[in-house]
Design a protein around this ligand. Structure first.
Ligand SMILES: C[S@@+](CC[C@H](N)C(=O)[O-])C[C@H]1O[C@@H](n2cnc3c(N)ncnc32)[C@H](O)[C@@H]1O
Length: 285
């Protein structure tokens, strides 16, 4: 490869790893702020699984928000985390070590559009987890069919999706016109929520549950990461809002994202996180 193409490839990798680092931060903040939701979901899975799972697979694990929550919930389970991104898996291994579960968490770098990872011991999995992931796949039906084949009969696949990007701001922020965040979402967040029931049954699963979780957390219930989470989420939407929002709204959003301002998102005490997640619990008959 000539040096120009080499440099281009290197720049591409740097952009990709920068994007993965930003996404990893967002996912980790999401899991920290929404930890009551994760606790709720993993506890529901514990109720539904008998016996407790020994082998868990996290599909599209990212930095391991699900892997670590499941490793905590099921202290005897071994967890395999699969992702196409080496940066995400590196971050996951660091976090697993920090949480004292590195010995039970294995990472596998695989593009699930291309191949299915084998269990280390060749045994089927008891529990699979796919959070904010299935919609990334080129052919979800094929991957769901492979998932079914590698689950034990009676084993569960938990699929989670974010129905819409979280909201944080009060109606009137005191900066610009009221209703800024609703207008921001109206122009940047136009796709309908993901729906997996038919795909799951089409792949041979029975759907035990399809549950929406309505999440409302304020400063006290969300904990100290709320401001940073809101800052990162709204900055991400700001990247897509250029040319779509009115100029005065863009200016108000920029003022709110300015971390030095007293009314800025980084310092406000009136933020609440409002979102809904849907969880499907599918079983191999
Ligand atoms: C939105 S993130 C969700 C991460 C994690 N499940 C969570 O909820 O925090 C989606 C993840 O899927 C991974 N991914 C996307 N396409 C993939 C593929 N074809 N095979 C494996 N992983 C993939 C990405 O690298 C990313 O880490």
């Amino acid at each position: 490869m000539d040096s120009f193409r080499n440099a281009q490839k290197h720049a591409g990798h740097e952009r990709a790893s920068g994007a993965d680092a930003a996404m990893a931060e967002l996912l980790e903040l999401d899991a920290e702020v929404l930890s009551p939701y994760l606790t709720n979901v993993t506890s529901r899975l514990a109720d539904l699984l008998d016996p407790v799972p020994a082998r868990v697979l996290d599909l599209g694990s990212g930095p391991g928000t699900g892997s670590l929550a499941l490793a905590r919930r099921f202290p005897d389970a071994s967890v395999t985390a699969v992702d196409v991104s080496p940066q995400m898996l590196h971050r996951l291994r660091e976090r697993a070590a920090a949480h004292g579960v590195a010995g039970r968490v294995r990472t596998v770098e695989t593009n699930l559009d291309e191949q299915w990872p084998q269990a280390a011991d060749g045994q089927p999995y008891d529990l699979m987890w796919a959070a904010a992931f299935l919609h990334h796949l080129t052919d979800p039906h094929r991957t769901l069919t492979q998932a079914l084949a590698h689950l034990r009969p009676g084993g569960l696949l938990a699929v989670g999706e974010m129905d819409f990007f979280p909201r944080f701001l009060p109606e009137d922020t005191g900066v610009g016109r009221p209703g800024l965040e609703a207008r921001l979402h109206a122009v940047t967040n136009t796709r309908p929520p993901h729906e997996w029931t038919d795909q799951l049954t089409g792949a041979g699963f029975t759907v035990d549950e399809r549950r929406p979780f309505v999440i409302r957390l304020d400063h006290t219930t969300a904990g100290p990461a709320l401001n940073r989470y809101a800052q990162v989420c709204l900055a991400k939407l700001r990247l897509h809002a250029e040319g779509l929002l009115e100029a005065d709204d863009l200016a108000a959003l920029d003022a709110l994202l300015d971390e030095t301002r007293p009314h800025g998102i980084a310092r406000r005490r009136d933020l609440t996180v409002r979102t809904t997640r849907t969880l499907w619990v599918a079983r191999r008959p």
